[in-house]
Ligand binder design. Sequence first.
Ligand code: ATP
Length: 326
Amino acid sequence: MNHGVIEVSNVTRSYTSDVGLFKKEKKTVEALKGVSFSVKKGEIFGLLGPNGAGKTTMIKILSTMLIPHSGNVSILGLDPATDHRFLRPKINFILGGERNLYWRLSAYDNLSYFADLYKLPSSIKKKRLEELLNLVGLEEVAHQKVETFSKGMKQRLQIARGLVNSPEILFLDEPSIGLDPVSARQLRDILRDLNNQGTTILLTTHYMYEADELCDRIAFINKGQLIEIDTPSNLKKKVGNLSIIKCSVMGASQSQIDSIKNLKSIHHIIIDRHEFACSLRVQTTEPQLVVPFIYDSMKNSVITDLTISNPTLEDVYVMTIGEGVS
Ligand SMILES: Nc1ncnc2c1ncn2[C@@H]1O[C@H](COP(=O)(O)OP(=O)(O)OP(=O)(O)O)[C@@H](O)[C@H]1O
């Protein structure tokens, strides 16, 4: 028996394109290789994965823009491939970037256009658009052309556009891409408010902090396959015995770095080198061995900072997805 407002079962989707100098060869990419998951009413559900993992393909299928090649999808009990006419009024989607807005029109006129597409009755339209402009903090620039807006303002208008039909489910693909930290935080607040009012949200993101803060559950997807699915806190418990050592060093040589890199007690290391400075982020279950080793190996260099902390969602992601991280 199905319980979720979104039920995805064994979904596959591939793309075949013409390649080569004369476009005579065919290349097929399997974007989704049998993905299954379920999202409950009122959840904020995150799809996380590296570039090319299949996240956008999944969002397009769920929001009726693409038909899967096999498997079953049910959204609010409807099949997006065949029942799209009934489903579209109940859902909405916001794809990353600045598509789907008319730059020469004002914010109000953009929303008015989409409200007409969704056949919003004129008796409630004006009030609804004002509510939406208030929700996303654009009421004062409502009659200004969108081309004068900053990226953050455009993204907030996108959110308002996605809410014109009061959707039961909102799909967002990379909603905070390119936003500054303040705008990204405002966006998270808006999404949380919406969710508190009952909207189910499915989003993709590359920002681990965003996913950790917002999502009730997260699915890691890689190379078209679902790898893990759980709450952020349970995911972090899975690597609970890991410690994260962050270390900044001045003047470290390549051989010093290599000696740390090759240490057996290290599960994963990220090295970020700039001219004389170098920062290391080490995952280990044996910090008591690794920390003295770092100090010993760096004898002739200057360690400017060294901290040991608990794993974040990013560490879980790195452990789970491995080197395919974007
Ligand atoms: N229209 C298309 N034609 C051919 N291949 C495509 C098309 N769209 C996506 N792909 C391929 O399908 C795979 C999955 O792409 P998709 O955009 O779903 O991944 P993604 O996880 O959203 O990636 P990103 O984080 O970079 O947006 C990739 O290998 C991509 O190159």
